[in-house]
Design a protein around this ligand. Structure first.
Ligand code: MG
Length: 379
């Protein structure tokens, strides 16, 4: 069965109190739209993004910078219903099932999408929902309670909402009542709405505080680590810093290739996770590490972090050397490190400084490096 989805990003987001569309605000190094898109793309043959004309270029660029592109970009209407209505004509003939999703729900997950698709295949509808844990009151305009519905019968409804294409098209053609979700529209045609298990984390970004909460759900627990290393400069050694071979009259002395920058980065990463240090992980008494490239050690350290359920946020490092001049090599070092850590280059900062002739770095006796790393424990 051919599944397509419609992502709605055309809301005005007044409660976010911000000029930029909330689905395009920075979130976890991306934005809500791209996070939704990535998950839905794993399950859908095509995606239509509904947006405001003024957001079109920004949205396309945001998706493109993360390797994604929608099949159609459609402008929204004056309300949610009109926005969905504008997108429906772009569904191809072969499409059987449509998932409608709020672009402001970045925590959509694979399980929820699969539940929605399976229910829609079976029953024609599938709506993500969660139990309600608060007691809900129905009140009049003066805040006087009129009734208390039984909590067991209540469900909070989310998106994605899945429908057979013919059902959702017919609902939008025949019902003109303003509804806050598509399942209400379909229910008005007398079609049973099947609820499926959603995810309590699948919140809708409404206020600025929701961005912090979503970021926490996406990243988990945040931790910070510091690393420091120093090596002696010696004749007859190749100088390697950040995985870059640098032309110089001396190189750093050590059991491995003595890449002092990478060693500081490894210690910052392991330190953030309280998993010891480079000496514990790769003892210099072990012959298998003799002459080894420190980039191999970094790769191994990343895999240790991954096994402990951590992912890397960003790195900030400083190299301290009187000579040679290191700044021309920094972009290549950043590319090398970001490639192994699996993060973007702009999340790897490397600076170089001298000590104005003071200390062992200043006299050229050695080179040192500091690094700080932020990591996240995945929830
Ligand atoms: Mg070292």
């Amino acid at each position: 069965m051919s599944v397509w989805s419609i992502i709605l990003t055309a809301g005005n987001g007044t409660r976010m109190n911000c000029d930029v569309n909330k689905t395009l605000l920075p979130l976890a190094g991306e934005c809500s739209l791209s996070l939704c898109f990535r998950v839905l793309k794993r399950h859908c043959e095509g995606i239509i993004v509904v947006l405001r004309p003024e957001d079109r270029d920004h949205a396309i660029e945001m998706l493109r910078s993360h390797g994604m592109n929608a099949d159609h970009y459609v402008f929204g209407g004056k309300n949610r219903q009109e926005s969905v209505h504008n997108a429906l004509p772009y569904l191809p003939d072969e499409c059987d099932i449509v998932l409608i999703h709020d672009g402001a729900r970045p925590l959509i997950d694979d399980n929820t999408v699969v539940n929605v698709i399976e229910s829609t295949k079976k029953y024609g509808t599938g709506i993500a929902s969660t139990p309600v844990y608060d007691t809900i009151k129905i009140a009049d305009q003066s805040s006087i309670v009129l009734s208390t519905p039984a909590r067991e019968s209540l469900r909070a409804v989310q998106t994605p909402q899945g429908f057979e294409k013919s059902i959702i098209i017919k609902a939008h053609e025949s019902i003109k009542t303003d509804c806050t979700d598509d399942s209400s529209l379909v229910a008005m045609m007398g079609i049973p709405i099947h609820l499926v298990e959603g995810n309590p984390h699948n919140i809708k970004l409404t206020t600025k505080e929701d961005l912090f909460l979503a970021s926490y759900y996406l990243h988990g627990d945040q931790r910070i680590g510091h690393g420091f290393d120093a090596h002696r400069l010696a004749d007859g050694r190749q100088l390697i810093l950040g995985g870059v071979n640098i032309h110089f009259e001396k190189g750093l002395l050590g059991h491995s290739d003595a890449d002092v920058l990478i060693h500081a980065v490894i210690d910052a990463l392991l330190g953030a996770a309280a998993l010891g240090d480079i000496g514990k992980l790769f003892p210099d008494s072990d012959p298998q590490f003799k002459g080894i490239s420190s980039m191999v050690l970094l790769k191994e350290a990343v895999s240790v972090l991954k096994d402990a359920h951590y992912s890397v946020g960003n790195i900030d490092a400083t190299l301290i050397a009187q000579r040679p001049r290191l700044s021309p090599h920094i972009p290549e070092m950043q590319r090398n490190i970001s490639g192994i850590l699996g993060i973007s280059v702009d999340h790897v900062s490397i600076k170089a400084t001298t000590t104005e002739g003071m200390g062992y770095e200043g006299t050229g006796e050695g080179i040192s490096s500091h690094a700080v790393a932020v990591i996240y424990r995945n929830l």
